[in-house]
Ligand binder design. Sequence first.
Ligand code: ADP
Length: 445
Amino acid sequence: IPNAEAKETAKATDGDKSDEEEKEDRAAQSLLNKLIRNSLVNNTNQVEVLQRDPNSPLYSVKTFEELRLKPQLLQGVYGMGFNRPSKIQETALPMMLAEPPQNLIAQSQSGTGKTAAFVLAMLSHVNPVNKWPQCLCISPTYELALQTGKVVEQMGKFYPEVKLAYAIRGNRIEGGSKIQEQIVIGTPGTMSDWLTKKKVIDPKKIQVFVLDEADVMIAMQGHQDQSIRIQRKLPKDCQMLLFSATFEDSVWQFAERIVPDPNIIRLKREEETLDTIKQYYVLCKNKQDKFDALCNIYGAITIAQAMIFCHTRRTAAWLAGRMAAEGHQVALLSGELAVEQRAAIIERFREGKEKVLITTNVCARGIDVEQVSVVINFDLPLDKDGNPDNETYLHRIGRTGRFGKRGLAINMVDSEESMAVLGAIEEHFSKKIVKLDTEDLDEIE
Ligand code: ADP
């Protein structure tokens, strides 16, 4: 069995994914997070700032009024329900709106307010009287570009003189004509085409250049070179802004090529901990037995909302089918679904319409479903070499710092191998994982 299972596992967990697919996943993950997020991520960490000129005073603002925005924009910001700048915005906005303009590299996880910040900067800098592009923004994919465009439209709602164009594939434009919109959002390929081949945008008139999702960008074939080609066309005094959710060395090297003399701000991700989590394991004989155990505890876990992780798409689909046949209402989040469909399922779950969400790790990576208080590892997390995946374990069940509500994690163990994985995880975190008897649930209730 182990061999056959392992083979199936490798296939179904996307272990055999080509690099290209893996990279597309990154863009899809980012889009998914945008589609399901409707508020800021909590973060209690301090913003780290590295100023180009360490002697210049560091401004940070606690209110939007302090930024002396155009009234139409202030109205737009409040209209979106923002009361005060987010943590990253407190420092980033004054830098971006300073005179003379300052270049900026900013890194913070998804959901901390980066997009809103640079959209506000673009809208503040344009002069609507001038009927030509003044701000360019590039995103890794068509869909991500559209999401940014939506924010421009929302925030610019009371500033209708400012117009927006999309430089994306399929958006045909006649060479020789000129674009009149003040803000152009697009993907690197089409944007570069419009600047250099079609010449519908005059690069010398660009005052703000934004490169969003730099980490996703560099993971995509050709995007890096095209971005640099665009940047080289722009005037020396054009403001360059670069944003990224993560900051590997490769992102950093790219950022330094795109943004000369930058100010740098970073907001570290909030640490995840197991401190507020009660961890259990259930000893089973096989997959069927795990299913029976799950049915036994179903009543107890659905007092709250539960997420169940399986190793393969196939197991996830099997389990969802069996649970449904048993009369339990469950949702299945699967990698086969389009991003919008996945977003809709997560949204339903967040709204509490579904109590149980079954998924695979690959599919749920990077998704934060904050209110989930029960996590079940139907299969323990393994990395692609089959070793215990501590990081994924922590990410599945851990909670961030002070916001962490209490939680419950139940691990299903059905072989000596999985018991060894459990032991390794227990040892790694130095946190006891207690045996649970599913016939006697007093323990967890
Ligand atoms: P990022 O680009 O870092 O992923 P976003 O700018 O998309 O973050 O913001 C994440 C979410 O928080 C969005 O729903 C956005 O509307 C909201 N948001 C952004 N800034 C604020 C703010 N100052 N106050 C309240 N909500 C905000």
